[in-house]
Design a protein around this ligand. Structure first.
Ligand code: S3P
Length: 432
């Protein structure tokens, strides 16, 4: 059922908050736990719809995941060989990560798996994993020759390959590394720029030996993973909405505790600092191979900037909220080389351009990015559309805090895919 989120203007954001567990890390922790020998305990697992789909899929592969009364997830892994043929279709809902990582995993197992998702996921490109998995020996059928889900995968008998991915995609890289665990010989992936490296870090945490060579990463098939405890940090991508909200509402002062600050994820911090933001990382510490910090942010003037190149994969999910920062900056901001945004949960370039226009901002859509004139005029509230995209919905909600009058963000139910509790947290720190 579609739901709209009403946002009243706020004077500023103040106080302390935490954000839910990291989505990327939660998916990986559930999957690696399921194929490890021995129990894995997950603390801070994201109970967003995407990650719950992955947990359900892991159950369908024969791993009896359970939740403890204190909220931990226990994954009783018995090794990758004990995964069993699912009785039914695996439905990953809206989750590209769940879908692509699990497709890689089951491509290595000697049984039939059929994977599907919601209408948005069925529109997203799957050829990028199907093609290399076929090269490894998996038999895969899908719509349009395997370009789109549903996919039927008959796995097993894989051989390692060296694959040069045309896109910097952590989902592609992770799918192939997971398939590589079941393959004969070594599987290598090279990417054009470094994408998030949570899979590599976590595989090593579970005892897998990886080899790295510049932008290439590889592993030898047949290695055993060992179950462990995983503390999942807060999701930097979720913290980003509050970081930008606090920057653009004068008088704001926020502390966001226990946020994952893996450098392959924090490109937005680099850009905001270059735009003049006042953000500090405190209490930096390591946790399960990932870095965690508390972020403090104080409102202040921003100026426009250009974002392109290797920075793009490091802030790919923060594009919607970076557009909001640009809208409040002095001068022009241009983002380029980000054509991947057109094949996310929605076409995020078109969705944000529509939202900014509806707010009264000045924006030009580029084939691979966007051009935004900051502070071109006052913003007006009204009706905004999420286009079925959780991050678009939250970014527009943040922009609406600074608009004149009330705003309704339509399609706000999608926020639950990555940030259950967003609205409550926002209401708690918003000063009116
Ligand atoms: C993710 C990788 C990125 C990102 C997505 C999560 C992951 O997608 O946009 O939200 O957890 O591996 P791509 O691999 O398609 O770039």
């Amino acid at each position: 059922m579609t739901r709209s989120l009403r946002i009243a203007p706020a004077r500023c954001l103040r106080g302390e908050l935490t954000v839910p567990g990291d989505k990327s890390i939660s998916h990986r922790a559930a999957i690696l736990g399921a194929i490890a020998q021995g129990e894995t305990t997950l603390r801070g697992f994201l109970r967003g719809e995407d990650c719950l789909r992955t947990l359900e899929a892991v159950r369908s592969l024969g791993v009896g995941v359970r939740e403890t009364p204190s909220g931990e997830i226990r994954v009783p892994g018995k090794g990758i060989e004990q995964l069993s043929e699912p009785e039914n279709i695996l439905d990953l809902g809206n989750s590209g990560t769940g879908f692509r990582l699990l497709a890689g995993l089951v491509a290595g197992r000697p049984f039939l798996s059929i994977l599907t998702g919601d209408a948005s996921l069925r529109r997203r490109p799957m050829g990028r994993i199907v093609e290399p998995l076929r090269q490894m020996g998996a038999r895969i059928e899908g719509r349009q020759g395997g370009q789109h889900a549903p996919l039927a995968i008959r796995g097993g008998d894989l051989r390692g390959i060296m694959y040069r991915s045309p896109v910097a995609s952590a989902q592609v890289k992770s799918a192939l590394l997971l398939a590589g665990l079941s393959a004969d010989g070594e599987t290598w992936v090279e990417e054009p720029a470094l994408s998030r490296d949570h899979t590599e870090r976590m595989l090593e945490g579970f005892g897998v030996k990886l080899r790295r060579d510049g932008l290439r990463v590889g592993l030898l098939g047949g290695q055993t993973l060992t179950g462990r405890e995983v503390e999942i940090p807060g999701d930097f991508s979720s913290s980003a909405f509050f970081l930008v909200g606090a920057l653009v509402l004068p008088g704001s002062d926020l502390v966001i505790r226990q946020v994952g600050v893996n450098p392959t994820r924090t490109g937005l911090l680099d850009v905001l600092l270059a735009m003049g933001a006042r953000i500090a990382q405190q209490n930096l510490r390591g946790s399960a191979g990932e870095s965690v910090a508390d972020l403090t942010v104080t409102a202040g003037p921003l100026h426009g900037t250009t974002v392109e190149g290797d920075l793009i994969p490091r802030l790919i999910d923060e594009f919607p909220v970076l557009c909001v920062a640009a809208l409040f900056a002095e001068g022009e901001t241009v983002i380029r080389g980000a054509e991947e945004l057109r094949v996310k949960e929605a076409d995020r370039i078109a969705a944000m351009a529509a939202g900014i226009r509806a707010l009264g901002g000045e924006v030009e859509e580029l084939p691979d990015g966007i051009r935004i004139q900051g502070r071109a005029g006052p913003l007006r509230g009204g009706k905004l559309e999420s286009f079925g995209d959780h991050r678009v919905a939250m970014a527009l909600a943040i922009a609406a805090l600074a608009a004149a009058g009330e705003t309704d963000v339509e399609g706000a139910e999608w926020i639950a895919t990555s940030f259950p509790g967003f609205e409550e947290t926002l209401q708690r720190v918003a000063v009116r």
